[in-house]
Design a protein around this ligand. Structure first.
Ligand code: SF4
Length: 365
């Protein structure tokens, strides 16, 4: 590759001069770098900072994390979404504690055997924490490479991915993988942004094909975003003596281990009344659908990455009772919780929204 040395020199000098002082960049501790990489998998840097600091405060070492109950981990993770990341982190911490003597492996192949670590995260940890010579390819790096090398193929196509990986590998300067990989990601995040890249501030401007040809805004090629489905969920906010009835979701699966109001997704052309009857079957005598006052229901929308949830919330008085209920053939955990105690529970984002709306309604005339 022509100008490879200039590309490396300009990019590294720029990074050392102008990178953001992010908290995980102040350390080479593999545990801290692992946590930051998992947080950053589906979260923007600015949103991840607070979570990273709280997480490291609550679980300062791998042993702290491995010894903690999953509920404590989910609680720190609450609001961040993609809760599978938290469950995988916890599982991996236990594996590392029991089988690796609390040591985080330095080779990407070994890292990839742990839950929640794919090729990108393995390469990021191995290069940033251990300076292993492996290139990374995330969304930011992909964009920079597509523009810098004028690649006119859809970046998600497997053959383009292979081509990009090859370029990234070739560009990597021996012994400087930590800084170089972070420099590529930083360039994509701060200068070569998805829209309105600031080429005048770019350290590789003179080498960039897209800039030279005036096609920066055409690259990388965009693929149309698929429409996400809408699911209707009927929910009951059941109150009894100032406490609310919440249900813990099964640990495995979507939003596993988080707490929420009892609810069901409507099937086909099922009516909301039928959905309420199905909730009653699950929570038992604590709910009598005949006593749900009409006209007090409201709607709350919540969007996940793969579907949109329209929650129809029915507010009602319930009866006290034991903490077990039935659902989908399995016993489920229900609990009456006073609103002031809810901070002690990891709760779904939709449930938080509903709680805020319930609070607002109390103060509305
Ligand atoms: S010159 Fe512009 S388009 Fe090219 S890599 Fe730099 S910021 Fe991106």
């Amino acid at each position: 590759m022509r100008n490879k040395a200039l590309f490396q020199k300009n990019l590294l000098a720029w990074y050392r001069r102008s990178h953001r002082p992010l908290p995980w960049r102040r350390t080479r501790d593999p545990y801290a770098i692992w946590i930051s990489e998992i947080l950053l998998q589906q979260t923007r840097v600015n949103a991840a900072i607070g979570y990273y600091e709280r997480f490291m405060q609550r679980f300062p070492s791998l042993k702290n994390l491995a010894d903690a109950p999953i509920e404590a981990v989910l609680q720190v993770w609450e609001g961040l979404g993609y809760y599978g990341r938290a469950r995988n982190l916890h599982r991996a911490a236990r594996i590392l504690s029991e089988e690796y003597g609390e040591r985080i492996p330095c080779e990407p192949e070994e890292l990839e055997r742990l839950p929640g670590i794919g090729p990108y995260t393995a390469a990021a940890i191995a290069s940033i924490a251990f300076d292993r010579n492996v290139a990374v390819l995330d969304g930011n790096v992909t964009r920079v490479l597509c523009r810098a090398f004028g690649i006119r193929e859809p970046p998600k196509k497997p053959s383009t991915q292979r081509q990009l990986m090859k370029i990234a590998d070739t560009l990597l300067p021996n012994g400087h993988a930590a800084d170089f990989n972070q420099a590529m990601m930083e360039l994509g995040a701060m200068v070569c942004k998805p829209t309105g890249p600031d080429c005048s501030k770019c350290p590789i401007e003179e080498l960039c094909v897209a800039h030279r040809k005036g096609i920066v805004d055409q690259l990388p090629l965009r693929s149309a975003k698929p429409k996400i489905p809408v699911r209707i969920r009927v929910i009951t906010a059941i109150e009894h003596r100032g406490r609310l009835l919440l249900r813990k979701r099964p640990l495995e699966g979507f939003l596993g281990g988080l707490w929420e109001f009892p609810g069901v997704y409507l099937k086909g052309d099922e009516k909301e009344e039928q959905g309420l009857l199905r909730i009653q079957e699950r929570v038992g005598p604590r709910l009598d659908v005949q006593r749900i006052p009409m006209g007090k229901d409201f709607s709350v929308k919540h969007v996940y990455s793969h579907f949109e949830e329209r929650n129809r919330v029915y507010v009602c008085e319930g009866e006290g009772g034991a903490n077990k209920g039935r659902g989908d053939g399995a016993e489920q955990t229900y609990r009456w919780i006073h609103p002031t105690r809810l901070d002690a529970y990891p709760i779904t984002g939709a449930t938080r929204k509903i709680l805020r709306k319930l609070e607002q309604r109390k103060t509305e005339p």
